[in-house]
Write a protein that binds this ligand. Structure first.
Ligand SMILES: C[S@@+](CC[C@H](N)C(=O)[O-])C[C@H]1O[C@@H](n2cnc3c(N)ncnc32)[C@H](O)[C@@H]1O
Length: 317
């Protein structure tokens, strides 16, 4: 019998939309957050993760594009005074968030990304980080390593490492063990609520794996790196993962530029590694980050490489 007959047809994986539960906002711009409310979609067909992994990847890319488009519009908004133009921008923003909602919103995106972790990378980023932390002898420490996993899709990534005390957080928690918290809104003082008390002690490691590129606004990306420095203990570690194209195929970013930005924020690069799709970095905090100033950005959007096929990824600090 031909092999094709023996193969079971794969049914697309289906995400259960949380009908009538508004999803948390996606922090994609300094001025506005997209609130993806799926309540209007309760009668819509269940959002599929994808017909195939290629289709899922295509839809994830579309979701990224929508985030970027929304961010661009939201950053233009404060400069506008003409009511007609404002109305036009608001309509475009509405249509983008509708499309995101139709796709299943952040919830769909996270489930699809989780699927991507196993299919594309052969696992989550902790597989690269753990051996590096062991190389630094951090598993030999007497106290457990406090690790903040930002944008965590699962709370099992570090569960087997008893020397690590992980705190997974996300804008939209996928599991009871993941604390629903916007990283950029973690307080640095006055830890009054029970939830905020979780952030009272500094962290030994902050993980930003595929989170900085999720943010559409380059200034907010810079804020993320600065926030990591503020939350770390002295000599603490920052683990950063970006899609490789953000580094090797951007008009405004490359490895040298990233090194300069992270140095400015007080980090020393210990390890870096490029795979076919991802760029991994491990930094150590060697001094406190500089104070935020009202002046011009230290690292703005500077053209580094020309090329029609390049992307516009950048980090502004
Ligand atoms: C592509 S997923 C990355 C997941 C995982 N860290 C990985 O390496 O595969 C990006 C995640 O970051 C989360 N995220 C984005 N901005 C965030 C923020 N400001 N605070 C907390 N989580 C955030 C999103 O909700 C999403 O679940």
């Amino acid at each position: 019998m031909p092999k094709a007959h023996l193969k079971r047809r794969k049914r697309p994986v289906t995400a259960q939309p949380k009908a009538s539960v508004p999803l948390p906002p996606i922090h994609i711009s300094g001025h506005a957050k997209v609130i993806i409310n799926t309540s209007t979609l309760s009668k819509a067909p269940l959002a599929k993760l994808g017909k195939s992994s290629t289709d899922t990847r295509r839809r994830i890319n579309r979701f990224h594009t929508l985030i970027k488009e929304y961010s661009k519009l939201a950053s233009q908004r404060p400069q506008l005074t003409d009511p007609e133009k404002l109305k036009e921008i608001d309509l475009q923003c509405d249509s983008i968030s509708q499309e995101m909602a139709q796709m299943g919103g952040l919830d769909w995106y996270q489930k699809a990304s989780l699927l991507g972790q196993s299919k594309q990378r052969g696992g989550d980023s902790s597989r690269w980080l753990i051996p590096k932390l062991q190389e630094l002898q951090l598993h030999q420490r007497t106290s457990r390593l406090r690790l903040l996993d930002v944008g965590a899709l699962s709370c099992r990534n570090y569960a087997r490492e008893k020397w690590i005390d992980p705190l997974p957080i996300d804008l939209n928690s996928q599991e009871p063990g993941i604390v629903q918290q916007d990283f950029l809104e973690i307080p640095l003082a006055n830890f009054t609520s029970e939830k905020h008390k979780l952030f009272e002690k500094p962290f030994d490691v902050v993980c930003l794996s595929l989170v900085v590129n999720f943010i559409g606004d380059p200034v907010k990306r810079g804020d993320m790196l600065r926030k990591a420095a503020q939350l770390l203990a002295p000599q603490g570690y920052l683990f950063l993962v970006l899609p490789l194209a953000c580094i090797t195929n951007s008009r405004y970013m490359n490895d040298e530029r990233l090194l300069d930005i992270t140095k400015y924020l007080g980090f020393t690069q210990l390890f870096s590694h490029h795979t076919a799709k991802l760029a991994y970095y491990l930094y150590q905090l060697s001094r406190s980050p500089p104070q935020v100033s009202d002046g011009p950005a230290q690292f703005g959007k500077t053209l580094l490489h020309k090329g029609a096929k390049r992307n516009n990824f950048t980090i502004v600090v």
